[in-house]
Design a protein around this ligand. Sequence first.
Ligand code: FES
Length: 133
Amino acid sequence: MEGEDWIYSEKVKDHFMKPRNFLFGDESQFDANAVGQVGNPICGDQMKMYLKIENNKIVDVRWKTYGCASAIASTSALSELVKGKTLDEALKISAKDIDDYLGNLPKHKFHCSVLGHEALEDAVNKYRFTPEK
Ligand code: FES
């Protein structure tokens, strides 16, 4: 059907309209010990992710973006999926897992789901390679 590629699932719309774990206000309001930031070369959108890590587990997370609706919904979903996971478990969550969780993004928006994951990877890498925590 023509235009079908633009249809968002109810879950995508819900996460876009009510993003989970979004950082409202400035960064000082969340006590992160790992921060990652990336840009999407396809569209120029930006994502920043803040993690609170204890005993190798992600105990809390916040994020901010200059991103599209699909990036917001995807990162909202990712932020729910990573809570309570070890760093290795969290890094194994794929763009496909996020897409499945949301009930599928339109195909041409699938690339948006990698933005949050790349910010997560950046935060974890910085955490792992920072001597003092
Ligand atoms: S269009 Fe840029 S992340 Fe979706």
